[in-house]
Structure formats: structure tokens, C-alpha cells
Design a protein. Structure first.
Lengths: 739, 162
């Protein structure tokens, strides 16, 4: 008897398949939230606070209502249900509740026949304010006890000390996700007092819960639909226009659309927490870490959003991918009148990586040791306790492997390129070849995967076999990262057919997929699709007593015994699963516990050219070696690595929201600089495949890692070139020039 | 006033009442939302179109100033037989993630190749430096244009095909 040779399905895991949404996107036919329209649609607009903190003395909406074409003008008094919203804690008024707590806080909303009338009407509202002193200094906030959360992490013996001690203080600025797609939403009332909502989001079920509460509606009256998203990076994890369009649609009985312009977008979503960190690293004479002492302050701004979870990441990732048995960490996230902070790619692990990796370089210098050798010597590996939480590392964590693979990538030629466009200053043609100094720097970063601290983290998927092919149903949000192909590839591999379509269900049709954040969807929704596909395959094979499932049906001993039509003779066959990752725990009073579901590690090496006289930097090349568990779509992985490095490059040398006394002074793309093609470094990538203990085929999420250690690697390279003690990001020319 | 423009080869008159940009008119009045609105300051290139053969940010062009002009948007590239080579190359190399910047890159990239069929990598970077991509880090876009810049069979200089 010949053995059964399973024909490998096209487009399965491990292949660089094309995105099914690619063709509409290159053709201009992909519908983003800001492109949606509906018959009889009105436009919404928002009136905002001009102060970081002020008492609302009087509001008169009469002049706005009097404008021809205006259909509704609403304030906090018009919120039908719960007046507050928020993902973790409901502390933010839907509209200003008598005191504005950040610059740009929504005060009133308008619906009108067209966009311009809506904006004019919003400005016509008369608002009297009594300006109050804003609290904008995070250290003052800590002293005042104005904090969302404080954390204390203690492990080992506080009294031990090392032979070699380095101390440092580091700051990171406020970074904006700056996704190209603006916040946008469309609410369409139904005939039964409910509505359908099409709003930019990363997690429609958490939106749904908040909207239902604020609208005082039954859950089944509101359906939140996935829409086309123009990037997210954390900016869409919290509510933007959702409740506002819902209120306006409910009052007018007509579809209402709102779209933020760029300046409004800068105030209309949460940002990366700015940070201050104090670190003391102690090592023995051989370079073994003996103790790390750290104090961290993140500024959460005026409302809670996800600040508590961001702080946990900050506190737990103050040491990075290194072993250390004695830990003293104190961390706080503050409530101030600065713009609200929340989720952004890296989620608290970015700020601390800048601190601990600068410290590792200082320690290497103090020990007169190769910086990579110091990192290898202390590298965290499976079976080790995590330095901060004490949790034993399970699954894979190839810290040494990523360092080795990175080091093996050839450096670019040392000759500075002759083309002046490729020197520091670029098109400014400011720098002569003789003035260019090259530097090289390294960094390694650690990130947790999925949600932590006993959060009930789950995701649902429904996999259906029909005569026409397989459908994967999910409410997960595809923000551009490529989850769509991952879902297809997993289902194809297990079910043996290339014909797999992903159906993005609304909140009424399937349970939550959790957030598209925390590097979690490849493992979580991918894990759910994997489990549902396996269950479906098993069911079909058992029903037909077969031993193999192929594109055309069930086989037994190499012979076709049931076609797809026969499998589906009584209708589609399906499996619906709710997938959870291994449980995590809360921590004890010392921050000890199995708080994380898994880990991912990456290393970066940056090569920079610097003009020290003018303080100009050109990031020449940033290479990376990335732990991926298992590569499901190599091309999509490369895209995440390169894109994440670009965001890390921006944070290293240009991206900074400038906030003065609570006011954002650069909320435009003219003044908030994001890297362009001319700023883009060359990138070489290496992927390390060591399967994890959970997730589809051992795959890990890799969306955040590339942004975490790329920034400190670039700053280390600038420091290497200049000899300057650079302790703030972004590194600006004034930090490089002078003494 | 009534403004007449030719969009993707079609005569498209429209009534302009206010200080509308060409971008607003394309998206709102002419039913062509493929051209994207992301900054309205001419910084990001998401709204790039060709106007009488020149590459412009349509957010910075007053609609009335386009009277009598020919406009090519992303919807006008490619045809029933298939995608434009720029579109095909960007799909091939994975240069599309969220895709919001993609229409601008497609229009600017097609414009570049019309004038310079074999651009060097630096020429590509310079030509596309007015288009911001927040997802890809530009690597896959670079590779798309490397594919496009290769001499093709049938190009005069190859001399291999007859």
C-alpha cells in the first residue's frame, strides 16, 4: 500500500501570500471609515476646550442652533445614559461636565447638513470659561498623590550591592501614533430605536460596551461593525467619535458622520506616555547583574484610559531581557492636565528599554567589556525567573540567538556615501563629507505578549465549511498589520483548501476577539482560528470516517470518499471556539506573580552618520534579529520589522509632541515630523524561529518588538559617534552640539 | 460657479460654492474617495493626483483653479485588463499594509516611471519623499520600485527582443 502524500495547500503557513485586501487598496477602492456615506447623512463636528484646565461657566448653544442647516447641538446634559466612559475605568465625561481637564476636551457636538456648516456651528456656540491652573508636572502629581496607579516591585535582597555601579536618569517625550487614517465614524439609525456604527477601532466589543452604557440602550440595539482602518498603533484602542455620532444619530434620526482633521486627530486620541526614569545598575567584576534599582514615572494625562496596564509594563520591563535576582522598582503613572496618554506600540516597554539599554552600555563601559558580551552574559532564557516578577520563563526566549544573529549581519561600508543627499542634513546640503562621524550602537528589548495580570483574555472565531469554500468569522480588527492573511493561512493549512475567506463580523454576530494590540492577534485570533479549524477538521473526518481532508473533500487511504458538496449536503458545517491563552495571575504586594502570558525578544543594531558641529543625524542602517516563534507570513513579518524600526527611528531623532503648560503646540504634520522616504534607514532582518508554548504553530506576535529596541540602538550609535551623554529622546540637534 | 475638469478621461462638471479644494470635490462631489485626506497641509502626499501632467497635493489646489484641467487619480490607473505596473509591484513586494498612503504612492510612482523608467534607488527616494507611509518603513515600497526599475524585455536598450 502506498503512503498517502498530502499535497501541500497553496497559501498555507510559512508562505508570503498576498493580502486579499491588497488589490482594492492599490486601486483606491478600499472603503475606509472616512470614505463611508449614507443617504440623508448629516455631518458632525466638535467644539473643544481652549484650555488645559478651566471651569465651564456658561454655554449657550442658541447661536449654533439658529444656523440654517443645523439639526442638533448637544452637550453633556444630553447624554442619554452613563455620562462617563473609559476602557478600564469610566472617568472621562462624554462631553465636558463643568470642568475641562485637557486642552481640546470635547465640550459640545453638532450635526448639520454638511461638514462646513457643522464646523461653523460648533464655533458659533458661546462658551465662557474660568481658566484654572493646570497640573502639568508629573513629579508634582506624584507628590500630590494624583496618580492612577503606583507599583512596588521587590525581589531578592535589597541590601546587596555590586562592585561596579552605574546610575542614570532618562526621559522620553510624548510620541503620537500618527496613523494616516483619521478618526472617523458613521452612525446609521435603524427602525427600532437602535443603530449600526461604523467607527475606526482596534476592539469593537470594548467600544460596544461603553457606547451601550452611555446611550442607555440594550446591547442588541447597537451593532458595532469592523471598518477599513488606516493604521492604528494604539491610537484607536480608546473611544473617539463613537458616542458622539451615536448621540447625534439618535437625536436626529438620520445617519451622522464625523471625521477628525489632522489637528483634531492629534488631540482626539491617546498618546505614548512621556516618561522619566532613574536607574541604578550594580554588577560584579565579571559583569553579572547583581541588583537593579529603578524609579519610573509615566504621565497618564487627564483621564485613565489604559494607563494602569501601561504602568505595569513599565515596571515589569525596567530590567529587560536580563537575569537579576535583586530588584527594587517603584513606579507611578500620574493624573495631570496633560493630554491623555494610553496605548501605543510597545505599551510602556518602549520607555524603559531606552533606560535599561543605556544603562547596559554604561555598565559595559565601566567594566571595560564588549556591550554585546555583557548582554549575552546576563541574557534571560527559558527556565530563568524574570528579574522583576520572578515568573519562570516558559516557552521560547532566544535572547542569545537574536544577539548572535544580529552581530553576524555585515556592517554597511564605512565610506560615507558620496551623494550629499545621503549625509546628515540631507536635502539641506549642509554637511561636507569631512565633517561626518559614524557611530554604531546596539540594543535588545523584551515585550510581553497578549494581556497580563489575570485579565480574562479571550478571542472567538467561527470557521465554516460551505460548498463554496471556508469562511473564517471574527470580530478582530485588521488595522493593516496583516491578520487577514494569517487567518487564511492557518485555516488553509489545517483544512487543506486554498479557498478561505475572512468575514469580519459585527458585535451582534460573534463574541469579542479582544483588542488588536499587545502583539496579540496572531496568537489569539490566530489561536482561535487554529482551534476552530482543527475541531472542524476532526468533526468532518469523524463524520465521514476519513483520514485526510483535502480541497476536494474527505479521503480514506488515498481515495476520495466524500466531496465538499457531500460534506455540506445538510448545510454548512462549522465550529465556533472561544480561545484563551495560559492563565496569568495578579501580583502580590511585592509585584511577584505569573503576570505575563509569554514573551518576545528582539535586538537592533544602528549605524548613524552625525555632523557633530550642526547636530545633524542620518540614520544609515538599522538591522534587527527578531524572535518570531514560527514565521507564518515572512513578507508580512518583514513589513512589521521595517515599519516598527521606522517608528523607532522617528522616536529616536524627530518625533515629539511639544506640550507647553498642557497645550500641544505642534498638532500638524508640518510641525510633528514623521520620517519620510529620505529619512528611512536601510534595514537587514533576521528571524529566529523557536516555537512558543502556545499560539498557532508556535508563532508569536511581533508587532511591537521592532519599535522597542530600535530607538535605544540609534541613540547608542549617536552616543558612539559623538561621545555625548544622550539621555533624552528624541535626540535633537541641541543635544549634540555644544559642551 | 460651474467648474469643468476632466477626471480620468471623463468630463466632470461640478458646482463650486465655497473655498473647496480639489481634494474635497473629488471625494465628496465626484464620488472618487480613492484619493485620501490625511493632513490637508500638503505634508503627507495621501491626496496626490496628476493635474495637467504635474504631480500635486490635491488638498492644496483650489477646485476653481482646476477649471479646464485634466486630473488623473488612483482610480484612473490600471484598466479592465489589469492593474497598473506600480499597483502590481506594490502588491508583489508587500508594500501595502493599512493602505491609506497607497493611492498617493501609486499616483506619484506612476508619474515617476512615466518620466524615468529606470530610476535609481536614490531617485525613487527623492521622488517619493513627499509621500508619508506610517506602516511599512518604506522597505517594501523600495523593493516594488526595484522590480519596476529593472529593464524589461522589449525595452529599446535591452536589444534582446525583436
Amino acid at each position: 500500500m502506498t503512503s498517502t502524500v498530502v499535497p501541500r495547500v497553496r497559501g498555507g503557513i510559512g508562505t508570503s501570500v498576498r493580502r486579499p485586501d491588497g488589490e482594492p487598496k492599490v486601486s483606491g477602492n478600499f472603503a475606509y471609515a472616512s470614505d463611508l456615506t449614507a443617504p440623508d447623512m448629516l455631518w458632525g463636528a466638535t467644539r473643544r476646550s481652549p484650555y488645559a484646565r478651566a471651569r465651564l461657566v456658561r454655554i449657550d448653544v442658541g447661536p449654533a442652533r439658529a444656523i440654517d442647516g443645523v439639526h442638533a447641538v448637544l452637550t453633556q446634559a444630553d447624554v442619554p445614559g452613563k455620562p462617563l466612559f473609559g476602557q478600564e475605568e469610566q472617568d472621562q465625561p462624554v462631553l465636558c461636565d463643568g470642568e475641562a481637564r485637557f486642552w481640546g476636551e470635547p465640550v459640545a457636538i453638532v450635526a448639520a447638513d454638511d461638514e462646513e456648516t457643522a464646523r461653523l456651528a460648533a464655533e458659533a456656540i458661546i462658551v465662557e470659561w474660568e481658566e484654572l491652573d493646570p497640573l502639568v508636572d508629573p513629579e508634582q502629581a506624584v507628590a500630590d498623590g494624583s496618580v492612577y496607579r503606583e507599583m512596588r516591585v521587590r525581589r531578592g535582597d535589597e541590601s546587596v550591592s555590586g562592585n561596579v555601579v552605574v546610575e542614570g536618569y532618562y526621559e522620553t517625550a510624548t510620541q503620537d501614533q500618527a496613523p494616516l487614517g483619521p478618526e472617523a465614524g458613521l452612525a446609521i439609525p435603524d427602525d427600532a430605536g437602535g443603530m449600526d456604527l461604523y467607527v475606526t477601532s482596534q476592539w469593537i466589543h470594548i467600544d460596544h460596551k461603553q457606547i451601550v452604557d452611555c446611550m442607555a440602550m440594550e446591547p442588541d440595539q447597537i451593532r458595532c461593525h469592523p471598518v477599513g482602518i488606516g493604521g492604528a498603533f494604539g491610537a484607536r484602542e480608546d473611544i473617539s467619535v463613537h458616542i458622539h455620532v451615536a448621540m447625534l444619530a439618535a437625536v436626529t434620526g438620520r445617519p451622522v458622520k464625523m471625521v477628525y482633521d489632522r489637528s483634531e486627530s492629534f488631540v482626539g486620541h491617546v498618546k505614548r506616555h512621556p516618561s522619566k526614569g532613574w536607574y541604578r545598575h550594580e554588577a560584579d567584576a565579571e559583569g553579572n547583574l547583581v541588583k537593579v534599582t529603578a524609579r519610573l514615572i509615566l504621565d497618564g494625562g487627564s483621564y485613565a484610559h489604559t494607563s494602569r496596564a501601561v504602568l505595569a509594563n513599565g515596571a515589569y520591563f525596567t530590567v529587560g531581557p536580563y537575569r537579576c535576582d535583586n530588584i527594587v522598582v517603584d513606579a507611578a503613572v500620574t493624573r495631570t492636565n496633560n493630554p491623555p496618554a494610553g496605548a501605543m506600540r510597545g505599551f510602556g516597554a518602549v520607555q524603559t528599554c531606552f533606560g535599561y539599554e543605556m544603562q547596559m552600555d554604561r555598565l559595559a563601559a565601566a567594566l571595560d567589556m564588549d556591550p554585546l558580551e555583557l548582554r549575552r552574559r546576563n541574557a534571560l532564557a527559558p527556565g530563568d525567573p524574570m528579574a522583576t516578577s520572578g515568573q519562570i520563563i516558559e516557552g521560547s526566549l532566544p535572547t542569545v540567538a537574536v544577539i548572535d544573529a544580529l552581530e553576524a549581519i555585515p556592517l554597511p561600508p564605512e565610506d560615507v556615501d558620496d551623494d550629499p543627499l545621503l549625509r546628515p542634513g540631507g536635502t539641506g546640503l549642509t554637511t561636507s563629507k569631512a565633517d561626518v562621524v559614524r557611530g554604531v550602537g546596539f540594543a535588545v528589548g523584551l515585550k510581553n505578549l497578549a494581556f497580563s495580570e489575570a485579565f480574562d483574555d479571550y478571542t472567538e472565531a467561527r470557521v465554516v465549511m460551505t460548498s463554496a469554500g471556508v469562511e473564517v468569522h471574527t470580530a478582530a480588527i485588521e488595522v493593516g498589520q496583516g491578520l487577514v492573511t494569517v487567518c487564511q493561512q492557518i485555516a488553509r493549512t489545517i483544512l487543506g483548501t486554498e479557498r478561505v475567506a475572512v468575514i469580519w463580523d459585527d458585535t451582534s454576530r460573534i463574541g469579542s476577539a479582544g483588542s488588536t494590540s499587545a502583539s496579540r492577534q496572531t496568537q489569539m485570533t490566530g489561536g482561535a482560528v487554529h482551534a476552530a479549524s482543527e475541531a472542524l477538521r476532526t468533526k468532518i473526518l469523524q463524520t465521514h470516517d476519513g483520514d485526510e481532508l483535502r480541497a476536494d473533500g474527505v479521503y480514506r487511504s488515498g481515495g476520495l470518499i466524500a466531496t465538499v458538496d457531500e460534506i455540506c449536503a445538510d448545510g454548512p458545517v462549522e465550529e465556533h471556539v472561544r480561545f484563551r491563552h495560559p492563565p496569568t495571575t495578579t501580583a502580590d504586594e511585592n509585584g511577584q506573580g505569573d503576570v505575563h502570558a509569554g514573551f518576545v525578544v528582539a535586538a537592533h543594531r544602528a549605524v548613524v552618520d552625525v555632523d557633530p558641529e550642526l547636530g545633524l543625524v542620518r540614520v544609515v542602517q538599522v538591522d534587527t534579529a527578531q524572535d518570531v516563534g514560527k514565521a507564518l507570513n515572512p513578507q508580512a513579518i518583514t513589513g512589521q520589522l521595517e515599519g516598527g524600526i521606522m517608528m523607532g527611528t522617528g522616536f529616536a531623532v524627530m518625533e515629539q509632541l511639544v506640550i507647553r503648560n498642557g497645550v500641544i503646540v505642534n498638532p500638524t504634520f508640518t510641525d510633528y515630523l514623521v520620517p519620510t522616504f529620505m529619512d528611512a534607514p536601510d534595514v537587514e532582518t533576521r528571524i529566529i524561529e523557536e516555537g512558543d508554548h502556545w499560539g498557532p504553530f508556535g508563532a508569536k506576535g511581533i508587532g511591537e518588538s521592532p519599535t522597542i529596541s530600535s530607538t535605544p540602538a540609534i541613540v547608542a550609535a549617536i552616543r558612539n559617534a559623538t561621545g555625548k551623554d544622550l539621555t533624552k529622546v528624541p535626540v535633537l540637534p541641541e543635544h549634540i552640539i555644544g559642551d | 460657479m460651474i467648474v469643468r475638469i476632466t477626471v480620468n478621461g471623463d468630463d466632470r462638471p461640478f458646482d463650486v460654492s465655497g473655498p473647496d479644494s480639489l481634494l474635497s470635490v473629488l471625494r465628496r462631489d465626484l464620488g472618487l474617495p480613492g484619493t485620501k485626506d490625511a493632513c490637508e497641509q500638503g505634508e503627507c502626499g495621501s491626496c496626490t493626483v496628476e493635474l495637467d501632467g504635474a504631480l500635486v497635493c490635491s488638498c492644496l489646489v483650489m477646485a476653481v483653479d482646476a477649471d479646464g484641467c485634466e486630473v488623473t487619480t488612483v482610480e484612473g490607473l490600471g484598466d479592465e485588463d489589469g492593474l497598473h505596473p506600480v499597483q502590481e509591484a506594490m502588491l508583489e513586494t508587500g508594500a501595502v499594509q493599512c493602505g491609506f498612503c497607497t493611492p498617493g504612492f501609486v499616483v506619484a510612482g506612476a508619474h515617476l516611471l512615466d518620466r524615468n523608467p529606470h530610476p535609481t534607488p536614490l531617485e525613487v527616494k527623492e521622488a517619493l519623499a513627499g509621500n508619508v507611509c506610517r506602516c511599512t518603513g518604506y522597505g517594501a515600497i523600495t523593493r516594488a520600485f526595484e522590480l519596476l526599475a529593472e529593464p524589461h524585455p522589449g525595452d529599446a536598450q535591452t536589444g534582446e527582443e525583436s
